[in-house]
Design a protein around this ligand. Sequence first.
Ligand code: FUB
Ligand code: ZN
Length: 672
Amino acid sequence: MKKIFFVTTIIYCTAVSAQQKDYPIKAVDFTKVKLTDHFWLPRIRTNHTVTIPASFERCDKTGRVKNFQMAAARSGKFCTIYPFDDTDIYKTIEGASFSLSLFPDPALKRYIDSLIKIIGSAQEPDGYLYTARTINPAEAHPWSGKERWEKERELSHELYNSGHLYEAAAAHYLATGQRNLLDIALKNADLVCSVFGPAPDQKKVAPGHEVVEMGLVKLYRITGNAKYLQTAKFFVEQRGHYAGYDPKSKDPWKNGSYWQDDKPVVEQNEAEGHAVRAGYLYSAIADIAALTGDQQMLNAIDKIWENEVSKKIYVQGSVGAKGDGERFGDNYELPNATAYNETCAAIANVYFNHRMFMLHGDSKYIDVLEKTLYNGLISGVGMDGKSFFYTNAMQVKSSFSHQDMEVERSGWFPCSCCPTNVVRLIPSVPGYVYAQKDNDLYVNLFINGNADITINNKPVQVVQQNNYPWDGALRFDINPSSALAFNLMVRIPGWARNEAIPSDLYSFLNNSTTKVEIKINGQPVEYNLQKGYAVLARTWKKGDVVEVNLPMEVRRVTANQKLKDDIGKIALQRGPIVYCAEWPDNDGKATNFIIPPAAIFTTEYKPGLLNGVMVVKTTVPTVVVSNDGNSVSTVNKEITAIPYYAWAHRGKGEMMIWFPQKLGDVDLIAAQ
Ligand code: FUB
Ligand code: ZN
């Protein structure tokens, strides 16, 4: 085992040094960051003890494992619903691999190895791996087509399955040093790279559901084999060249925008189409721009990001407003009543924004990442670790018919992409905390733990102690092994600088006048702000302590006037947390009050509520409709708001994020 790890480490190092270009900033690997955090560690532990086993169990019980066994035997009938059901096993292995390096677990490791054996035996001799066809090619899944790859552009998900296989294999290899899954992935990738490409005898397609591009990049990083990067780039460049679309059509399936396939990516400037596909594509474009220095791709991805953040993201960080096609809406089309907001799209948005940060070193990308992570993403998983939202509602009224909207979490879905995506995202969170470029050490997220970082070949330990996201007092202990000069780049979040989001989509009505104070060893220091980071440049010595005080006032958030659904309304935010009012805290209703401009807020930490949350309270006019329904009156009542991510843990009922400020804007039907 030791020997294998030594060999693989060498391969990895060679590969990395062989690369000419890359992200100028690199994340500090999640294995170097040991969390002690009260907010994240319990979630990561629950993911390990509950979500991962539940997910593997469901993959087994629902027939996903059996599909691989039947493919190995080349007999039987594909027994689940979707041709991409294989990916639930891959994603769970990916999450379990991250988790294994946090919580060594021999039984889990053995189980993964047994699954890898089954996966390997389902692989065809030339590397093809897709149970929906291999079980019985004569009766392939209806979405798969009669021949390999012929329906890839539309529905088959053959390359999507491959992409998730590569992502899982990369995580498994990096976490365990084992090559068993990696070798399966490489064999498949070799096939993919030989089948698809620019040569006349190679196939050309824009993959129907992106992710293979990100996966190939990971294989390139591990092996240093340039063909994986070239094929990833080839796939990205295939977009926008299919002749069968009707560019005049408004229908996203007819004009290709559903698949981000209506224009070459370098001409794209808007976040469009299916939001998960889009997020994975944009992440891959960032990867390829970083690794090849392609300036046109870089320009395109900058424009797409700008569009998403200034016109297409909800206040709690979710994206993908439309249920019809699980996709981005038009500019400023962010309806609350019908918000779709797939959990996978939030996860893809984290991947995208992290990469944008590594390209540009600007904290605005981490502001968006943090907004999504602490709000619209973790709302997707219940505190029990085994209940999930596929969609993330923005508003629940008792007067709605919620046919297409989820108002409570479920254990699993026939299409279970979101639960298994959560499985892999949660244990990867330590990898988003720090990043590095030469002498600059970036602190991006405020999560307690000890990080072992190497700066200029010298070890530096950074310890974070805070009560974030509830408290803005942050403490960092900086312990280089010996005195060392470097720049500690502490992110000063946009919300602590009176910026609700890095665009004019949302802004704060009540700006804070409190300047973020920073002390080093007890002494206040002046600092320069560079791209949103306080630059603390000095020769650091063991035992140096940095204290940062972020203002934690309750902020009233208002939306751009073009965002019709939120006109006249406000949302509440404190620190990175966006709040909602939910029925159990408010006498069974949450849609019958206004929050006028003069409202005064108080906060209270409730350790016993929803695993410990800071609630926001205010006393405001509340509409009461008389029993006979003929008259309305208002009474002043104390209302309580909870963090949005924590809603829907206490039964079904009303929930509200955007509150009217005037009585005239209260929806009286809802107020009954
Ligand atoms: O198509 C695979 C996955 O299923 C997508 O990412 C989700 O949106 C769901 O449609
Ligand atoms: Zn999903």
